[in-house]
Write a new protein. Sequence first.
Length: 197
Amino acid sequence: MIKLILQSIRQTLLWTVLCGVLYPVVITVIAQVAFHDRAEGSLVMRDGKLVGSELLAQQFTDPKHFWSRPSAASFGTGPSGIAGSSGSNLGPTSAQLQTNVRTAAKALRDAHKLPADAPVPADLVYASASGLDPHISPEAARFQVARVAAARGMGEDQLRALVEKFIEPPQWGFLGEARVNVLLLNLAVDAADTKKP
């Protein structure tokens, strides 16, 4: 009996060290060497200041910026300041979901000075599953060009060219959809706006 207890203790200690210490250390070292930026959270710096991460959505409400998808998780900012991720869990027959979508669509149409029945991109009115998706579809980015151009006094052609430049293809050419990282696009628009004559 004592022999079995000692074996169990040794096995527990062995596997704790292997799986709980050595494996995480080895994976962390590999990630830091091979994928340093990603291992650090794909942080985006501007003028020496941290402005966000390529992996997490931010809320943009200024008409001079391209807007992200709505977030059911308030873009990960909770009352404690700790980032969280969640969807709304509202199903397709939910009256609350329908109200949310109608409200978001109306606000979008009003901001873009469109008729009440004008179609709007779905990803600008439906919250993402995580509430933290940093991308929108190319169509959603193109949809916003006129508003951003008018708010900044920039040419629509210049903004369209920036949108096209920031379209990321599906991963490895076949996984997912083409997408635009909203933070990176907005930083490029800010930089282009400061350079205009």
